[in-house]
Design a protein around this ligand. Structure first.
Ligand SMILES: Nc1nc2c(ncn2[C@@H]2O[C@H](COP(=O)(O)OP(=O)(O)O)[C@@H](OP(=O)(O)OP(=O)(O)O)[C@H]2O)c(=O)[nH]1
Ligand SMILES: [Mn+2]
Length: 181
């Protein structure tokens, strides 16, 4: 097989793995979109808008919520996709045993110390989620909760800057529209 064929085969294996893991989950918005649309959309922002070709980053984008939100373990990811991908996924995974407010605080604190690869995944994750929020918010979210998510995201993104011009510009336009500047 050519190296291009190996890369494609590995990426399809990864999309399939993420789809299996998220198969019973839906997004929280009223449309109940399949959860897998989110990790695929994050990977697509990275290829299409951020012009990222680092395959480990694309794998990590596809897998970024599997440990946080499904029964997937870091060992499983390492066995199937290698140590580099495992490392990036570990960096972008919140500790779900902590209360939500503490997880949110830690995202702000840890953002500047993240690797370049993890920062790329985090920027794309935030961009996808903020665009999603602009379209239709999760059921039960008040205007205040939506605004707080924008304000918190701004603080996380501030710690991720200097990583990718295209994504940071798109995020800044969203923050400006929301008066979070
Ligand atoms: N905007 C939006 N978000 C949804 C929807 N369905 C699920 N989510 C997920 O919910 C998370 C944001 O909701 P919160 O209530 O703030 O998060 P929490 O569960 O971690 O406390 C995001 O997690 P995450 O991807 O891990 O990112 P992060 O917010 O933890 O950085 C996002 O992917 C939806 O319909 N719209
Ligand atoms: Mn996510």
């Amino acid at each position: 097989m050519t190296s291009a064929a190996i890369v494609i085969e590995d990426l399809i294996k990864c999309v399939n793995f993420a789809a299996e893991k998220h198969k019973n989950q839906r997004r929280k918005n009223p449309e109940k979109i399949p959860y897998i649309n989110h990790p695929i959309g994050v990977a697509f922002i990275l290829t299409n808008e951020a012009k990222i070709t680092d395959v480990s980053v694309l794998h990590a984008a596809l897998l970024h919520d599997t440990v946080e939100d499904t029964d997937t373990s870091f060992e499983e990811i390492e066995n199937l996709f290698g140590k580099t991908v495992r490392g990036i996924v570990e960096e972008v995974t919140d500790d779900k045993t902590l209360p939500s407010a503490e997880r949110k605080r830690l995202q702000i604190v840890h953002a500047p110390d993240s690797s370049f690869e993890a920062k790329l995944v985090k920027l794309a994750d935030k961009l996808y989620n903020l665009r999603d929020l602009e379209k239709s918010a999760p059921e039960g979210w008040s205007e205040q909760r939506i605004q707080e998510y924008f304000e918190w995201s701004r603080k996380v993104v501030d710690g991720l800057r200097g990583t990718n011009v295209a994504m940071e510009q798109s995020l800044d336009e969203i923050f400006k529209k929301r008066n979070v500047i």
